[in-house]
Write a protein that binds this ligand. Structure first.
Ligand SMILES: NC(=O)c1ccc[n+]([C@@H]2O[C@H](COP(=O)([O-])OP(=O)(O)OC[C@H]3O[C@@H](n4cnc5c(N)ncnc54)[C@H](OP(=O)(O)O)[C@@H]3O)[C@@H](O)[C@H]2O)c1
Length: 289
């Protein structure tokens, strides 16, 4: 493959930061930020068509990867018009710009597009989103699949150590260290994947010129409460701080799916990659806590 020229939209985010590093190993990459300015990144609000046109005419990418999204799920429920503006209209504008210059479109979506009644969803399963965030992401998927040769990666929950408080592992550690009581659901299951592994897998899908839908997730299927217990056990935090609740007791603004692990056989076969277990990652990170 000729060295691709990639525009990575959302390079300041949790996944985008890790993906930028991986993509640089085999391509020229320009990354963008929105509010969180980072050195070397270009400012872009995907709600602004003029800004999109300007960035694209400067970068002239052969691949456009959209990792940008309004991700706080309850905020999307409270501000649905803003969620649609960023997650649907913003992505539509990027897709239209990609089509104009013949660039490949890559979109990152979520396990939340499923309703959580089945678990271990495959790429052939039918989405049925329960909340506004997931509905906007599904609309983004539909836009993506209309673009010839596009790649759609649905990932389960991603976790990493060194990111900001939008990452649930970082929030958990702050709460444990602050000795706060931590209310956490015990009936929402998925197979989380580390941000690093997610970035490696997505970069390999791109490097192998993959297209279509791929699911991405880790080897452990567990609830948020079980994840927090594993964190407490590995890092020596007080498990008594955890207050497990059902989804109904928790009462968040947005509904969440309950059994939403993603089946990843198609991905493993395509790129020969096995994501690491939670235990493996946490023990690797322990010296940094
Ligand atoms: N986190 C998860 O567990 C998870 C699970 C499944 C799927 N996903 C999907 O994976 C992707 C990355 O998630 P993440 O956790 O890395 O999200 P994140 O940390 O919240 O980052 C979101 C990124 O989007 C950018 N952004 C937000 N609004 C924008 C706008 N109007 N114009 C341009 N950029 C904008 C942000 O820029 P600034 O930070 O500079 O404002 C940031 O770079 C998202 O598409 C998300 O739906 C995430």
């Amino acid at each position: 493959m000729k060295q691709p020229k990639i525009l990575l939209v959302g390079a300041s985010g949790q996944l985008g930061t890790a993906l930028l590093e991986e993509l640089r190993l085999f391509s020229t990459v320009a990354g963008t930020y929105h509010h969180v300015e980072k050195q070397g990144l270009i400012h872009l609000d995907i709600q602004n068509q003029d800004q999109i046109n300007r960035v694209i005419s400067e970068v002239r990418p052969t691949i456009i990867i959209n990792t940008a999204a309004m991700t706080p799920v309850d905020k999307c429920e409270e501000l649905p018009e803003l969620a649609k503006s960023i997650n649907v209209q913003g992505h539509f504008s990027l897709a239209a710009a990609a089509q104009k210059i013949g660039a490949k479109l890559v979109f990152i979506s979520t396990y939340y597009v499923f309703d959580g009644t089945k678990g271990y969803y495959t790429e052939a399963d039918f989405p049925h989103p329960l909340n506004t965030y997931a509905k906007t992401k599904l609309a983004g998927e539909q836009i993506t699949m209309q673009a010839p040769g596009s790649l759609l990666v649905r990932t389960s929950k991603i976790y990493s150590l060194g990111y900001d408080q939008r990452n649930f592992l970082a929030r958990l550690i702050t709460q444990f260290k602050g000795k706060e009581q931590i209310k956490i659901t015990n009936d929402q299951y998925t197979n989380p994947i580390s941000t690093e592994d997610a970035a490696t897998a997505i970069a390999r899908l791109i490097a192998t010129e993959s297209s279509g839908i791929y699911h991405l997730g880790g080897p452990d299927n567990l609830s948020n409460y079980e994840f927090a217990l594993a964190v407490a056990k590995e890092f020596g935090f007080d498990t008594q701080l955890l207050k497990p609740l059902s989804t109904e007791q928790f009462g968040a603004a947005a509904l969440r799916p309950k059994r939403c692990a993603l089946e990843i056989h198609k991905l493993i076969k395509r790129i020969n990659f096995q994501p690491r277990s939670i235990e493996n990652n946490l023990s690797k990170w322990k010296p940094q806590i």
